[in-house]
Write a protein that binds this ligand. Structure first.
Ligand SMILES: *Cc1c(COP(=O)(O)O)cnc(C)c1O
Length: 458
């Protein structure tokens, strides 16, 4: 890894334009949010829902401000998008400057340097020192689609394998790749074929070692598909929507070794787990996994829409000229923001911040777990932490999912100015995906709110 910026001295503490504190001054949602909700209902499709319908007017660091003047500590970060902080100064500056210079040309008509620079940064920061190529697109699902396209072209094979509890997006192909039909796919078929769902590693519920879980997955791939028909295996190193499952040690490298042996392209969907979220640039690194292709999106451009597929040159270059692209893919403003994100991660040592956040959060959640037996497991790495909630008294036996407790806690926290997200195949996971700007003091404050919420569960 080469330094892109070596600060001469320790960077000054960031200055925030919004006080980093929660503040509730109306009912939640407040009157102005209610008015906007009424306008929205007349013009926005009912298919687009909002977890917490407070309308946000301003955001900075780890705090959201709504139209009624309420402030929320944001443990969602737009689902892990504003990883380096809301309206982070260097992102704002880089994007604003780019808006003055060039907003759009379309890279496939007349190219520009920012796209090339993002590809260089991704080549240097994704796992492995092999030669790499990148294509930039607009969204995570589009990155998944392109990864699959490229793998099929490279291998000349048809089948796509994913893991149980996976989430890969909302386009036609990715709906077929998700584990959960509802709400993502219900009624939206017919779906893409040749997609196979193989067993995953979910240590809390399957109790398997990495080697045993990998053997089970490989057994499925060999019997149900057959290696000679399999183009790619797409895997989230830490599953996101599924509930932050951290696979057992050895699981991912064993799958990669099997894929390499059989000419299958193994693709890391790092859309939620990547870009410094876990204290490394990409979560794959924690597991000693060097994927063939890596998908990035969410946190890559500080909140602007950008995504990419990065991987082995011989695989990426098997796509013919003109085969990849799209009108907005690799937009110059989004690319300028992404360059600022990489620079900020390195100048402000945000990998260490992610680790710091994980330590504080996990310690606090351990204290809660000792007192509330609905917490079945605490898991995650860095600033990607979750708790899985079970029915009281079942934590060490049947582990009966407790989605009601998750809903109650999310609602309680929102009323107190803490924005939390649920997750999980069974809807029984509370996830913490804060921006890396969140201080230990804000985390402790949110943990107190959560403590009251657990006490109120009775
Ligand atoms: C969010 C997400 C996607 C889809 O990304 P979009 O930008 O919403 O299309 C795919 N995979 C994972 C792991 C995600 O978290």
């Amino acid at each position: 890894m080469t330094d892109i910026q070596t600060p001469a001295e320790t960077p000054a503490a960031p200055v925030y334009s919004v006080a980093q504190e929660r503040r509730i001054v109306t009912a939640i949602p407040g009157p102005k949010s209610h008015e906007l909700q009424a306008r929205r209902a007349k013009v926005v499709s009912a298919g687009v829902s909002s977890a917490l319908p407070v309308y946000i007017e301003r955001a900075n660091g780890a705090v959201l401000v709504d139209v009624d003047g309420n402030q929320f500590i944001d443990f969602g970060a737009g689902i892990g998008v504003t990883t380096i902080g809301h309206t982070e100064a260097s992102v704002v500056e880089a994007a604003a400057a780019q808006l003055q210079d060039v907003i759009h040309t379309l890279f496939t008509i007349t190219p520009y340097e920012e796209y090339v620079r993002v590809a260089e940064l991704l080549a240097e920061r994704t796992p492995g020192t092999h030669e790499k190529r990148t294509v930039l697109v607009n969204s995570g699902a589009e990155a998944v689609e392109n990864g699959v396209k490229i793998a099929r072209k490279h291998t000349g094979r048809r089948a796509v394998a994913v893991l149980d509890h996976a989430y890969h997006g909302r386009t036609n192909l990715t709906m077929a790749m998700n584990y959960k039909a509802h709400p993502y796919a219900t009624g939206f078929g017919p779906f893409a074929g040749d997609v196979y769902h193989a067993p995953s590693s979910y240590p809390y519920r399957d109790g398997l070692s990495g080697a045993d879980a990998a053997a089970r997955t490989i057994g499925y791939l060999e019997k149900v598909i057959g290696a000679s028909d399999l183009a790619c295996l797409v895997v989230e190193p830490i599953q996101g929507e599924g509930g932050f499952m951290v696979p057992a040690d050895g699981f991912l490298p064993m799958l990669q070794a099997w894929c390499t042996e059989h000419g299958v392209v193994m693709i890391a969907d790092e859309i939620q787990s990547g870009m410094a979220r876990t204290g490394r640039y990409f979560a794959s690194e924690h597991f000693g996994w060097t994927p063939d292709l890596v998908l990035s999106a969410k946190g890559i451009a500080g909140g602007l829409p950008l995504a990419g597929v990065t991987g082995r040159a011989e695989i990426m270059d098997s796509a013919h000229a003109g085969g990849l692209g799209g009108t907005f893919g690799g937009n110059p403003v989004a690319c300028a923001a992404a360059i600022a994100v990489f620079e900020s991660i390195e100048a402000n040592d945000l990998l260490a911040e992610a680790t710091r956040i994980g330590r504080t959060l996990t310690a606090g959640l351990e204290r809660l777990k000792a007192r509330y037996d609905v917490i079945g497991e605490i898991r995650g790495i860095g600033a990607m932490v979750a708790i899985e909630l079970v029915q009281p008294g079942t934590g060490s036996t049947t582990k009966v999912p407790n989605p009601e407790a998750v809903s109650a806690l999310v609602a309680h926290a929102a009323q107190q100015g803490v924005l939390l997200l649920s997750a999980g195949t069974f809807g029984n996971v509370l996830r913490f995906l804060p921006s890396l700007a969140v201080s230990d003091a804000l985390i402790e404050d949110a943990l107190h709110v959560l403590d009251d919420g657990f006490a109120a569960l009775g």
